[in-house]
Design a protein around this ligand. Structure first.
Ligand code: PSU
Ligand code: MN
Length: 305
């Protein structure tokens, strides 16, 4: 699809034309999810990890009013160093940012949109947004879930952080027709930890199995996305009691301060990182790398089929 609002890097364009594997990467995690300069360093390492597995990385962001797929390293550095000053862009932000020629860091939802516009089928991230705790009164449900329900992209994540209501998030995904696939696990991982006590829909063992299921789903017409939950590697997973105490504190503080809307997720991520003295940041970096590797394997399997 060509659109005056879409820019694709020459490398990504060539790869797509030749049917080579490409993995989309979000940019809100860079500007709003990690502190500078670890955010930029991590974004570069993630790109390298994808290349090492034989796929082409395509970091997505809105730059100068274009949905940009495969931004250059200096743009990643710009987004990372500007941090919270960059607009966090979800689906509803697109029209105004693009028409005004602005910049934006794309959430999972908008990264899926950019990926689908370009023809990229696989996306790697850390955690997706979901149904927030207390959503029965606040109605705070991430646009990521709606996007998964409508846009045909396979999203590889490490499950959801317990800043969210994981049970309600799974219910919502079921309603939207989004399969939650556990990679070598029956349990939904909870980002920093490998377990949540909640089941995934299906356990699959290999990247090829994920690729096959994704293709079959796309063959059914009008199908949306797929969520692959990849547990954090054992050696980096955190003590559940320790991390959950930090999360509880952050959620309580967020409520006390009356933080609302799109600021909630970045606020909680920052508080948890501060409360756990950088331990959680290391875990976060490792799980993103782990997801990048699996996403690259899925993209490679798709390109072979
Ligand atoms: N959860 C994380 N890390 C993140 C995000 C969520 O553990 O970086 C970011 C992602 O970009 C995700 C977005 O798409 O936050 C969701 O924001 P919201 O809940 O406002 O939709
Ligand atoms: Mn929200």
């Amino acid at each position: 699809m060509t659109s005056p609002y879409l820019w694709i890097s020459p490398e990504v364009r060539e790869a797509l034309k030749a049917g080579r594997p490409v993995v989309a990467l979000e940019s809100t995690i860079i500007s709003h999810g990690m502190p500078y300069p670890r955010n930029v360093e991590t974004a570069m390492r993630v790109e390298q990890a994808i290349r090492a597995r034989g796929a082409v990385p395509a970091t997505v962001a809105i730059i100068g009013g274009k949905m940009s797929v495969g931004i250059a390293h200096e743009k990643i550095d710009y987004l990372g160093s500007k941090g919270l000053a960059v607009t966090k862009a979800s689906r509803r932000d697109l029209g105004v940012l693009l028409s005004r020629g602005m910049d934006g860091a794309t959430t999972v939802a908008t990264t899926m949109i950019g990926a689908a516009m370009a023809g990229v089928q696989v996306l790697a991230t850390g955690g997706v947004g979901g149904v927030h705790r207390g959503a029965e009164t606040t109605m705070d449900i991430s646009a990521d879930l709606e996007e998964l329900g409508r846009t045909p992209v396979c999203v590889v994540c490490a499950g959801c952080k317990s800043i969210l209501d994981l049970g309600l998030t799974l219910e919502y995904l079921e309603t939207k027709g989004v399969p939650v696939i556990g990679y070598r696990t029956e349990e939904l991982p909870a980002f920093y930890t490998r377990k949540s006590g909640l089941p995934v829909d299906y356990r699959l063992e290999e990247a090829e199995d994920i690729a096959k299921a994704f293709l079959a789903q796309q063959g059914c017409g009008g199908a949306g996305g797929m969520l692959v939950a990849n547990p954090i590697p054992k050696e980096y997973s955190m003590d559940p009691a320790y991390i959950n105490a930090g999360i509880e504190e952050a959620v309580a503080e967020c409520r006390r301060l009356g933080i609302r809307g799109k600021e909630i997720t970045p606020y909680l991520l920052d508080r948890i990182q501060k409360a756990t003295g950088g331990l959680s940041l290391e875990a976060n970096i490792q799980l993103v790398l782990n997801n990048a590797r699996l996403a690259a394997d899925v993209a490679c399997a798709l390109s072979r089929s």
